[in-house]
Structures are given as structure tokens and as C-alpha cells.
Design a protein around this ligand. Structure first.
Ligand code: ZN
Length: 164
């Protein structure tokens, strides 16, 4: 090995370790912590409450296939509740057809959801979850209709619709 090459390796290795340290905090938790006492359930407790599909969305931040949820076409008046803890999250009059294949809302019920940034697709996205049980609901984007300009792109499997 010539001197030049070995010097490059000496520089490369510490650089990689520094990058690892920098990128570590970016990894996201599988789900968010609940804000309310009593909703800090174990994995097994959640598994017994939820279908495997809803568990994957709510507790492992999964995403359902586009156009797979019948709530995508739900047009009745009512309230969309968290499928994990039944907290009311969205009103039907804030729902709109975004054309994406996921139930979409331009606003949530105040205080019902909280956000955090995730990097699952490398590009940062704003994940949101039920503020009561911490269950993952979907992602919020800034390309929604007025007056908020927000698009809450929600997994149907994470919701339970209660008609008026
Ligand atoms: Zn919840």
C-alpha cells in the first residue's frame, strides 16, 4: 500500500464514524409515545386490541395500499375516530377528495393529533399521530385546499368512522 492510499483510508474511517453519529438521531421510533396515562400499552396488548393490518399502521408506522380503504369514498356526515383508542380526530366536513387514494382532510380536530418529522423515504416528511394513544395515522403535506392549505393524508385502517 503506498503512502497516499493509506492516508486516504485514515481520513475515510473517522469520517464514516462521524457520519454514523450524525445520522443516528434521524432514525424514528416505531410509534410515538402516548400523551395520556393509561395508553402506554405493551406490544401484546396492542396486538390483542387491533387487527394485524391496523397494528402495522398504528404501531409500526406502516402505510396501506392506495385506494384500498373504503373510507376513501366515505361521504356521509360524521366523525373519524382513532382506530387505536377511539379519540375523535377528523370531522367529515373537513374531508375532501385529494385523488391520492387515501382519506384526506384539510384540518384535524384541535389538539387531537401531534406531528414529528420522519425520514423513511430519505426526504423529510411530517408524520402525525393520535395525541392520546400515539398511534400513527399518516403524513401531513402543504398542498391541501384553503383555508388551511394542509393535506392530512390518513390511513383508512387507522380510523373508525362514526356516522352522525
Ligand atoms: Zn388514538
Amino acid at each position: 500500500m503506498n503512502q497516499f492510499l493509506s492516508r486516504r483510508i485514515f481520513i475515510l474511517i473517522p469520517t464514516m464514524s462521524i457520519l454514523k453519529i450524525i445520522f443516528k438521531p434521524i432514525q424514528v421510533l416505531a410509534s410515538s409515545l402516548p400523551s395520556k396515562e393509561g395508553w402506554n400499552l405493551s406490544k401484546d396488548e396492542w396486538k390483542s386490541r387491533l387487527s394485524p393490518e391496523s397494528y402495522y399502521i398504528l404501531r409500526e408506522e406502516g402505510t396501506e395500499r392506495a385506494f384500498s380503504s373504503k373510507l376513501n369514498d366515505e361521504k356521509r356526515k360524521g366523525v373519524f375516530h382513532c382506530a387505536g383508542c377511539d379519540s375523535p380526530l377528523f370531522l367529515s366536513d373537513k374531508k375532501y377528495d385529494s385523488g391520492t387514494g387515501w382519506p384526506s382532510f384539510w384540518d384535524s380536530i384541535q389538539g387531537s393529533v401531534e406531528t414529528k418529522v420522519d425520514f423513511k423515504l430519505i426526504v423529510p416528511r411530517t408524520e402525525y399521530h393520535c395525541s392520546r394513544c400515539g398511534g400513527h395515522q399518516g403524513h401531513v403535506f402543504n398542498d391541501g385546499p384553503l383555508p388551511t392549505g394542509k393535506r392530512y393524508c390518513n390511513n383508512g385502517l387507522a380510523l373508525r368512522f362514526v356516522p352522525d
